[in-house]
Design a protein around this ligand. Structure first.
Ligand SMILES: Nc1nc2c(ncn2[C@@H]2O[C@H](COP(=O)(O)OP(=O)(O)OP(=O)(O)O)[C@@H](O)[C@H]2O)c(=O)[nH]1
Ligand SMILES: [Mg+2]
Length: 436
């Protein structure tokens, strides 16, 4: 079966790209084209300028490239049709193709799934493809391209090799259990397990940074009513995005917007000012504010400099003294003076946020995992390794320890796809867009 789908974004564009993959793609697609070459004369990786015809009826002038099995994105024989970027043309071409009995519409992520199934990339790299497409900041771009290039996969292979080495020691001793051999002392083996656990823990700890590289820094704007939270949101965005009035309790809902600072994405949440109120809507807004405070990587506690409040917020907090155009204040080092009215201090605040949550000079490291699936698998692997260690310490025989170790290895293999169940694989690719 050949799969086909629009691979470029839907809508009007300069060019649209339709991708096909599967056995006999070239022969099948050629039926629709006016190119003169015979099938065996077709050259791979060359752009052919040709008409696309449906039962002799002209649809569009297109260019087409053919890719040889083993040398395409999917690893299968493939083709890409570049037509004028009109949704009508795309629809006509796809409708014509789908009439063919051995061509069907591709499922979301199916081209990349084939690439994975054909061994051209592992699951971690396939997941990086979707992260790359979704990346909204330089940081997200860097972490996904590094993962795509195989940086993380390489590191995981090293852990895998460590575990396999341990397994082989245990298995060897099992084979020669009856003979008078010098066995590796238990504490040497548990020592090796400890080292593996330590390495995996470095990845687990790296998740915090990896998540910020990929998803950005969650910034909550909180404080009393009327202190200028919404004004600060607008100042960050340099636009009149949210409503600002001198009426206390203007904002009732949580509003999220994004900006990029030094390559990092800031996800900024404007919230309802916190006060005692009888208003049902405002109270709902206030409980949402409290939830956002809990989830945030950093809380900007906005304070009206003309009337500073004594409230304190828990967590990672920067105190932001606003309205300093009206009144100057003395502040400590974990505070910032700003005026949303004049714009003073806003740039400094942006950098302070990034510096506070993640070192501005920080470079990406392969162990900054960003995917919660990977995090959970690594945690599971650690607990299975701890189990193996316990079995050794309890004096269990090698068979038992080997079973524990085998489990840890299988769990680890779920990250790169060696031991991942089909359900999970389908789930991962199902979240891709069609045509990718
Ligand atoms: N002079 C001066 N006025 C400001 C400044 N920032 C905000 N204001 C004014 O303060 C009032 C309240 O601003 P908002 O941004 O709506 O305050 P808020 O914290 O979002 O208020 P709620 O949504 O009600 O919780 C408005 O009249 C703003 O124009 C500032 O830096 N200087
Ligand atoms: Mg507001």
């Amino acid at each position: 079966m050949i799969i086909a789908a629009l691979a470029s974004a839907p809508g009007k564009a300069g060019i649209s790209v339709i991708r096909l993959s599967g056995n006999d793609t070239i022969k099948t697609v050629k039926e629709y084209l006016s190119i003169e070459e015979k099938l065996h004369e077709i050259v791979y990786n060359k752009l052919y300028l040709t008409d696309f015809l449906n039962e002799g009826e002209f649809i569009d002038q297109v260019t087409v490239a053919f890719f040889k099995e083993g040398h395409s994105y999917t690893g299968e024989e493939s083709a890409e049709i570049f037509c004028h970027g009109s949704p009508i043309i795309v629809r006509k071409i796809l409708e014509a193709l789908y009439l063919e009995k051995n061509i069907r519409e591709a499922k979301p992520g199916e081209f990349t799934e084939k690439r994975f199934m054909n061994g051209k990339m592992d699951l971690v790299q396939a997941e990086a493809v979707i992260d790359l497409i979704n990346s909204e900041s330089d940081a997200a771009y860097i972490s996904s391209t590094e993962q795509l290039k195989g940086g993380l996969s390489e590191e995981l292979k090293k852990i895998n090799a460590m575990l396999i080495e341990l397994m082989s020691i245990l298995e060897l001793e099992l084979d020669f259990a009856d003979e008078d051999l010098d066995f590796t002392p238990n504490d040497e083996i548990t020592g090796k397990i400890d080292i593996a656990v330590e390495v995996i823990n470095k990845f687990i700890q790296g998740y915090q940074k990896g998540r910020i590289f990929r998803d950005g820094i969650k910034v909550a704007l909180v404080g009393d009513v009327n202190v200028g939270k919404s004004s600060l949101m607008n100042a960050f965005l340099k636009s009149d995005r949210v409503i600002v009035t001198d009426i206390a309790g203007t904002t009732r809902d949580v509003i999220e917007e994004k900006i990029e600072v030094n390559g990092y994405l800031l996800r900024i949440f404007d919230t309802a000012g916190i006060r005692e109120t009888e208003d049902i809507i405002e109270n709902e807004g206030i409980s949402r504010s409290r939830r956002i405070i809990e989830e945030a990587d950093i809380v900007l506690h906005v304070i009206d400099s003309t009337d500073p409040s004594e409230d304190e917020y828990a967590g990672n907090v920067i105190k932001v003294y606003n309205k300093t155009d009206l009144e100057d204040v003395i502040i400590d080092e974990n505070s910032v003076k700003i005026s949303c009215k004049t714009g003073s201090g806003i740039e400094e605040l942006k950098h302070k946020i990034v510096k506070n949550v993640i070192d501005e000079e920080l470079t990406y490291r392969p162990y900054y995992i960003s995917n919660v699936r990977h995090l959970n698998i690594l945690k599971e692997t650690v607990s299975q390794l701890e189990q193996a260690k316990m079995s050794i310490q309890q004096g269990q025989n090698n068979e038992v320890v080997i079973v524990d170790m085998r489990q840890a290895l299988d769990t680890l293999g779920e990250i790169t796809g060696e031991t991942t169940s089909m359900d999970i694989i389908n789930n991962i690719f199902g979240s891709f867009c069609i045509g990718k």
